[in-house]
Ligand binder design. Structure first.
Ligand SMILES: [Ca+2]
Ligand SMILES: [Ca+2]
Ligand SMILES: [Ca+2]
Length: 251
């Protein structure tokens, strides 16, 4: 009899257990990832309009928090290395419509998945017509389902915290509007990780972000789009762990 030991990288995330990282996009190599976008990324000619991948200090000034060196207020700490996806004034003379990007993700089917996205925002967002962000997913040509739904709220205030140490309280942040744990949570500057779980289905996974950030003084940033296979219940995790630790087979 042979005993096979299988080790698995297992980490606690959210209210369940991640058993495998299936997809991870840190935007350091967007040209090698599979996506479709409208309009093309980084295609706006006006430097106050941003739609695409940027590094610290690139694109519209509101993308980056440069207050530590006397610069402007923004979302991503200028000291943080790496590239991220940024939106500023995406509704402009070059593009009078919502913007969208769809990531194509090929997975071996798992029973459950967890998507996680780092997000932050900065500004005084006006109303749903001016500013809105919707993340959805679908498998193959299946039904489109909501992951995150962000809209401005006049009923919320948010504290934006900057690298200089200053804190600015602001009305009308972007707020999660969806029937889950994030409902009525305000999006602050700096990137925080938000997660959502869903059932696995047949077919290629498509994750879409569409929306509009109108005005040069508001910014929305995301980074580290990840998909992991997932076990939502700790009980079922224990059963699988037992299965992983020892698998016996007769010769
Ligand atoms: Ca990044
Ligand atoms: Ca505009
Ligand atoms: Ca706006």
């Amino acid at each position: 009899m042979k005993i096979f030991f299988i080790s698995a990288a297992i980490s606690m995330m959210g209210t369940g257990i991640v058993i495998g990282a299936e997809y991870s996009n840190d935007f350091s190599g967007i040209s090698t990832t599979s996506y479709t976008s409208n309009p093309d990324l980084n295609s706006f000619s006006n430097r106050f309009d941003s739609w695409g991948v940027y590094g610290s200090g690139e694109g519209s000034s509101r993308l980056t928090d440069e207050t530590a060196t006397g610069g402007s207020e923004g979302v991503v700490d200028a000291a943080v290395e790496g590239q991220f996806f940024g939106l500023v004034d995406t509704y402009n003379p070059e593009h009078k419509a919502d913007v969208s990007i769809t990531f194509e993700i090929n997975l071996d089917r798992a029973e459950y998945y967890q998507v996680s996205i780092d997000m932050g925002a900065y500004g005084l967002f006006e109303d749903t017509d001016s500013d809105h962000i919707l993340w959805t997913y679908r498998f193959g040509n299946g039904e489109e389902k909501v992951i995150f739904n962000l809209k401005p709220s006049t009923e919320h205030t948010v504290q934006y915290q900057f690298a200089s140490g200053s804190v600015v309280e602001s009305d009308r942040p972007l707020v999660f509007k969806q029937a889950d744990v994030y409902h009525n949570t305000s999006l602050s500057n700096g990137l925080s990780t938000y997660r959502s779980n869903f059932d696995g289905e047949e077919g290629t996974l498509y994750i879409t972000m569409k929306g509009r950030i109108d005005g040069s003084k508001e910014a929305y940033v995301f980074d580290n789009l990840k998909v992991a296979s997932f076990i939502p219940e700790p009980g079922s995790f224990l059963l699988i762990l037992v299965g992983l630790l020892g698998v016996s087979k007769r010769d």
